[in-house]
Design a protein. Structure first.
Lengths: 301, 325, 241
């Protein structure tokens, strides 16, 4: 194995790490406000990718703009889903909310995945590149699409951090995540923030889907593994901490790609790369059985 | 007529047995697959409905049971029944181990953990194709040398009936009471003297063993095992069946499996559309009929059978026999 | 103080939560025949102490002995099996099980118990607690006070030697509170030992034979209620937080 190959894998790992972080931040946001683990998050990511693809195909919009359209569409679509399906979570009359949130988001994932097979077909689709071509740095070659994905991903996460820390809406969201009742007392309508958080989480997932589409191409079941990876990151990343999620996302992306590089049997390396992240999840859960999100609110350090 | 629901079930069973040879091959196949899902749905409801352990690795255990049996029969040339037995033991042990590992997890964390486990099983089976034949599928020895499906129908029927009998005895025993107590409040159950850890592991082992039984039968009936038997979509289908029927009672869970499997066939002309349709049905059930669509029917049946009124009727929920302890 | 045989003994119990020391080397002996009132300001470590003494929390230091046998580190059901029962600060019943089933669970965990015998005993206790007419009701449909009574009944099904009651009077209607006090007294006369935590000082003082006072994780007084009430450190702990 050459050093060059290792560097390429490391660079790819960093890009994937940013994408993972983008998905994980959404899971964190939704968990801290709605107190549910969203099993359908990977499918929102998938929908975002397809949405961007069709906007490019039929409207001839440039890819980056298409990503923004996909984000907006998923923001609205997710709020509709949340209004239709998740409102019982906020009612005292609903019993066993954990179970309700779990089955409903799991059912939603099943619905979205199978609808996607019908709507988009089972075969992989690949949208055009953001910027065709590659960048060379010595022997290190990275495609422009990967650079764009990482760059835009970082910008989006930074924008979210800024939004949470510096704007009144972000502050209110943070307040709701810490205590619903106290937030209500100071006049914040917590219900509106449920929708808002779910929408933002979905929009971030959509962005991630649109960003990876030219790299890995789209498939209806593309969301399953990133969804699992998002949990790994949320657990590893220090329980509801956004910056922790970013570091954990990078770590997971890196270790996965290096795992591929070092796996002795190259024909199986790729298949087991997916299993690797899943295995990390299992191990982490054994040691943090309910500490996943430990403190049940956001931290924006 | 306290036993009315039981009598009704017996009559239905008798009709099914007598009428079986009139079914054409196609519907007989549907019935056999329905019974396969019936065993899975009942044992999953034992875990998710009675104990509150929302495991997403149930179909993965069916897959493990099927592959274990198929491979042992292939390698060692042992009789199919012995292979199925080995599959059951394998799943029981592995299920107990998973139950032990996730003792301190609950709710969504347990679901994530078991989802991760089933993904690993699926990926391993797909990747190790020199052993499992991977996505191409592993050819399995048939359970019966028979030109018709009738023996399989009777076998599936017997397995389902035996499974339901065993699980029914379990949930009506003191163990069943302890399992429900654990679902309601683990801390209070342990303060009441229930060995929570032991019963959680036991529940996982028993439910997984039944999944292994179903999987073993499926493998030697259908003739080919693929990684898809244990994948996420199969698990989702099982959740759909069990939740739509009613996950907190064995008969409603099995009924859900039958109804959904039959509907899937009736609606076959709709092709791919059926799956999201059942997704919607699941969501609607959760939203508007949380206890399942068959639960009210079942309760009505129980009520019809309960002719006693007043204080006497109050005693009905205390079984007089203690079968498991 | 009672001169009965020692039932539960905590030796140098330490429990920390992060940087907070909830129990700081607490020694407590509960002997047969005791009726202990465990009081102290909020956050003084009373509930933590009960959780440690009944096996729901593992102590970071020290040990718990039941009838002289070291049990700390074992799961709660072992304590229950040795006759140590408890209720919870916020009532924890098996909500979607009937009142009778709630009673059956602890009864049937006893070795060699028979279903009909346990059911008979359960009905006896439900009679005693005035809950008999509700036995087919789901536990979650009971009123707050009835839930407290049922939780007490569930403890009794273990035929425990000692019962730890965590805030049994909190949020209970005054009439039911009277009933609860009467039942506890009756059970105590029948030979059961109690440790009762509550903020309702009046009820505590009415029933206690011995008063233990906690403050800031330590036991600061232990003895005859009259003597403890006159103790200056106790007054200081309550007044000068």
């Amino acid at each position: 194995m050459s050093w060059d190959y290792l560097f390429v894998q490391a660079a790819n790992g960093a890009v994937i790490g940013v994408i993972y972080a983008l998905i994980a931040v959404g899971v964190t946001l939704i968990f801290s406000i709605l107190k549910i683990v969203n099993f359908a998050h990977g499918d929102l990511y998938m929908l975002g990718g397809y949405c961007a693809y069709y906007v490019i195909e039929y409207l001839g919009v440039p890819p980056l703009l298409a990503m923004v359209v996909a984000m907006a569409a998923l923001f609205v679509g997710a709020i509709v889903l949340e209004r239709l399906m998740l409102t019982p979570l906020y009612s005292d009359a609903t019993e066993r909310k954990d179970e309700y949130g779990l089955i409903v988001t799991f059912g939603l994932a099943y619905f979205l995945r199978n609808s996607a097979v019908i709507a988009f077909g089972p075969f992989p689709l690949k949208p055009p590149s953001f910027i065709p071509g590659v960048q060379r740095l010595g022997n290190l070659i990275v495609t422009n699409d990967r650079l764009v994905a990482a760059g835009v991903g970082i910008v989006l996460i930074a924008a979210l951090l800024y939004f949470m820390k510096r704007t009144i809406w972000g502050q209110a969201l943070d307040a709701v995540s810490q205590s619903r009742d106290s937030a209500a007392i100071v006049g914040i309508n917590a219900r509106r923030f449920n929708s808002f958080a779910f929408g933002i989480g979905a929009a971030l997932a959509a962005a991630a889907g649109a960003l990876v589409a030219p790299i890995f191409s789209l498939a209806p079941d593309m969301g399953v593994l990133p969804n699992i990876h998002a949990y790994v990151i949320v657990i590893l990343g220090g329980m509801g901490s956004v910056s922790g999620s970013i570091i954990a996302g990078l770590l997971l992306g890196e270790s996965e790609n290096l795992f591929t590089a070092f796996f002795p049997d190259p024909t199986r390396a790729f298949a087991y790369t997916n299993a690797f992240g899943v295995l990390v999840l299992m191990v982490v859960l054994v040691f943090r059985p309910q500490g996943l999100f430990g403190r049940r609110h956001l931290r924006m350090e | 007529m306290r036993g009315l629901p039981v009598y009704v079930l017996l009559v239905v069973a008798a009709l099914a047995l007598v009428g079986a040879d009139r079914l054409n091959a196609y519907w007989m196949h549907v019935a056999i697959i329905g019974m396969y899902y019936g065993i899975l749905a009942a044992s999953w409801s034992l875990l998710a409905g009675y104990v509150g352990l929302f495991s997403l690795s149930h179909t993965a255990f069916a897959s493990i049971g099927g592959y274990t049996s198929a491979l042992l029969v292939k390698w060692l040339g042992i009789p199919v029944l012995l292979g199925m037995g080995a599959g059951i033991v394998m799943c029981g042990v592995l299920g107990g181990a998973i139950g032990w590992v996730c003792l301190r997890m609950s709710g969504p964390y347990l679901a994530i953990f078991t989802l991760a486990f089933s993904e690993i099983v699926r990926i391993t089976i797909s990747t190790e194709d020199d052993v499992t034949a991977g996505m191409a599928g592993l050819h399995t020895a048939p359970l019966f040398q028979s030109a018709t499906r009738l023996p399989y129908f009777y076998a599936a029927f017997a397995l389902l009936a035996a499974s339901l009998l065993l699980m029914g005895l379990l949930v009506r025993s003191r163990w069943g009471l302890f399992l429900r107590a654990i679902r309601e409040d683990e801390q209070a159950a342990s303060a009441s003297g229930v060995a929570v850890a032991r019963f959680r592991i036991l529940a996982f082992a028993i439910a997984s063993a039944f999944a292994g039984l179903a999987g073993g039968f499926y493998a030697h009936y259908i003739g080919i095992m693929t990684p898809g038997v244990g994948d996420l979509d199969e698990m989702a289908k099982l959740v759909v069946m069990t939740v739509i029927g009613g996950m907190e009672r064995l008969p409603t869970a099995v009924g859900g499996a039958f109804v959904v499997e039959a509907l899937l066939e009736v609606l076959r002309s709709y092709g791919q559309w059926r799956l999201p349709l059942f997704g919607v049905l699941l969501l609607l059930t959760m939203r508007f009929a949380r206890n399942g669509l068959l639960t009210p029917l079942w309760l009505q049946l129980v009520r019809l059978g309960d002719t006693r009124v007043g204080p006497l009727a109050a005693a009905r929920d205390v079984p007089q026999k203690d079968s498991a302890a | 103080m009672s001169d009965g045989a020692e039932l539960v003994r905590g030796v140098g119990l330490v429990k920390r939560f992060g940087g907070i020391v909830a129990n700081d080397a607490v020694d407590l002996v509960v002997a047969e025949g005791d009726l202990v009132g465990l009081i102290g300001p909020n956050g003084s470590g009373k509930t933590t102490l009960i959780n440690v003494l009944t096996g729901h929390l593992e102590p970071d230091g020290g040990e718990v002995r039941v009838r002289g046998r070291r049990v700390s580190g074992r799961p709660p059901h072992v304590y229950a099996g040795m006759g140590v029962a408890r209720t919870f600060q916020l009532t924890q019943l098996f909500g979607r099980m009937t009142v009778l089933e709630n009673m059956l669970v602890p009864g049937l965990t006893r070795p060699h118990s028979r279903w009909d015998e346990v059911a008979r005993r359960a009905r006896g206790y439900l009679e005693f607690l005035n809950l008999a007419h509700l036995e087919q009701l789901q536990a979650r449909n009971l009123s707050g006070g009835q839930q407290k009574l049922l939780e007490l009944g569930r403890c009794l099904m273990l035929e425990p030697a000692v019962l730890f009651l965590d805030e049994p009077f909190a949020g209970v209607h005054p009439r039911l509170r009277e009933e609860l006090v009467a039942r506890i007294r009756e059970l105590h006369r029948g030979g059961r030992t109690f440790v009762v935590v509550d903020h309702d000082m009046e009820s505590i003082l009415r029933i206690s034979r011995r008063l233990v006072v906690m403050a800031r994780g330590s036991k600061i007084a232990d003895g005859d209620p009259a003597a403890v009430r006159a103790d200056q450190t106790v007054l200081a702990a309550y007044a000068g937080l």
